[in-house]
Design a binder for this molecule. Structure first.
Ligand code: NAD
Ligand code: TYD
Length: 333
């Protein structure tokens, strides 16, 4: 592997991945193709942007010309680019179908044309849908509930079909809920940490007993590096941390770490189609040689500390969001 194309590298996991890879592999060059949607932020990469091994291409994965430009000279790639927030997919699903399905198709076609040697496609544990007891294996049927998870399922099924039909060297991961530095403050943990710092309410959906498996982003990027290097082509790997917690527990732990009162918790109506619990079997990724290093508590402490120390980063992001919401209200009522 000499030159790696990262798509969606200006987002949360992608930026953490780029930082990790540049530190670990001194000879590897990286091209980052990102459309800089509301979730993309070049501040996430400020510390490495001048590294001569790194280059940024502003473009869209749905545009074959942008993809061809970014892919030139690359021998491998990892696709993070996606619309990622379930609530936004409920509000407006079109962008999810465009990027998560059609964008993946454009990348696959280009990878075929340019003879990419390893193509890691990042999917999610949400493609399985909800599970009351036990854990989903990689061979289990997909049963996605939201427009987000359905679009992710579409994208990864297409990716797998390119392995079966064209022998394109595809690898797929299905990861649990990530958390850590640089996560956009619309997702549960960064939203609640930043609201709590400002003594604003924490809107907890439904009864707060939905369960997610919380994977610290540093553990995630180590697993992705391993799959990219050593994964068997055509295979799918679940990546879970075994840190299953109810949302109410996550919320109370967050408040405790910040020394804030539980009276900030606001019960709100439930998310439509809200999956009760996600859980994946992780024997396959363990057999490849990965285990998470962080317990939920350790990851949460590091995350809360990062947001407490990086107020300028998230205040700028939240301000932009507020301006957009105001504009939206004014224009659409
Ligand atoms: P994110 O929303 O923080 O970042 C997404 C990035 O993709 C942004 O930089 C955005 O600008 C870019 N992007 C969006 N549409 C694009 C397009 N059409 N062309 C080019 N770039 C585009 O997302 P994240 O949380 O870092 O997630 C990364 C990947 O991991 C996604 O594929 C997501 O489905 C998957 N995943 C995320 C989680 C999680 O908990 N965050 C869990 C499992 C899987
Ligand atoms: P989220 O971070 O949106 O991730 P996902 O839906 O992809 O798992 O939400 C995590 C859990 O937290 C999920 O059960 C929904 C819940 N949640 C709230 O209760 N309130 C909120 O404001 C948000 C954003 C999420």
């Amino acid at each position: 592997m000499n030159r790696l194309l990262v798509t969606g590298g200006a987002g949360f996991i992608g930026s953490n991945f780029i930082r990790y890879i540049l530190r670990k592999y001194p000879d590897l060059r990286i091209a980052n193709l990102d459309a800089l949607t509301y979730a993309g932020n070049l501040e996430n990469l400020r510390d490495i942007e001048k590294d001569p091994r790194y280059s940024f291409v502003h473009g869209n994965i749905c545009n074959p010309d942008d993809v061809a430009k970014a892919m030139a000279g690359c021998d491998s790639m990892i696709n993070f680019a996606a619309e990622t927030h379930v609530d936004r997919s409920i509000h407006e699903a079109g962008a999810f179908v465009d990027t998560d399905v059609r964008g993946t198709f454009v990348l696959l076609e280009a990878a075929k044309k340019y003879k990419i040697e390893r193509f890691l496609h990042i999917s999610t544990d949400e493609v399985y849908g909800s599970i009351e007891v036990g854990s989903f294996k990689e061979t289990d049927t997909l049963n996605p509930s939201s427009p987000y998870s359905a679009s992710k399922a579409g994208g990864e099924l297409l990716a797998h079909s390119y392995f079966v039909t064209y022998r394109l060297p595809v690898l797929i991961t299905r990861s649990a809920n990530n958390f850590g530095p640089y996560q956009y403050p619309e997702k549960l943990i960064p939203l609640f940490v930043t609201n709590a710092i400002d003594n604003k309410p924490l809107p907890l959906y439904g009864d707060g007993k939905n369960v997610r498996d919380w994977l610290y982003v540093e553990d995630q990027v180590e697993a992705l590096d391993l799959v990219l290097q050593k994964g068997i082509l055509g295979e799918i790997y679940n990546i879970g941390a075994g840190n299953e917690e109810m949302n109410i527990t996550v919320t109370k732990e967050t408040l405790k770490l910040l020394g804030k009162p539980e009276s900030l918790i606001r019960s709100v109506k439930d998310r439509p189609g809200h999956d009760r619990r996600y859980s994946v079997a992780t024997e396959k990724i363990h057999a490849l040689g990965w285990k998470p290093r962080h317990s939920f508590q350790e990851g949460l402490e590091k995350t809360v500390q990062w947001y407490a120390e990086n107020e300028a980063w998230w205040r700028a992001v939240k301000e932009k969001q507020a301006a957009y919401q105001e504009w939206y209200k004014k224009h659409y009522g």
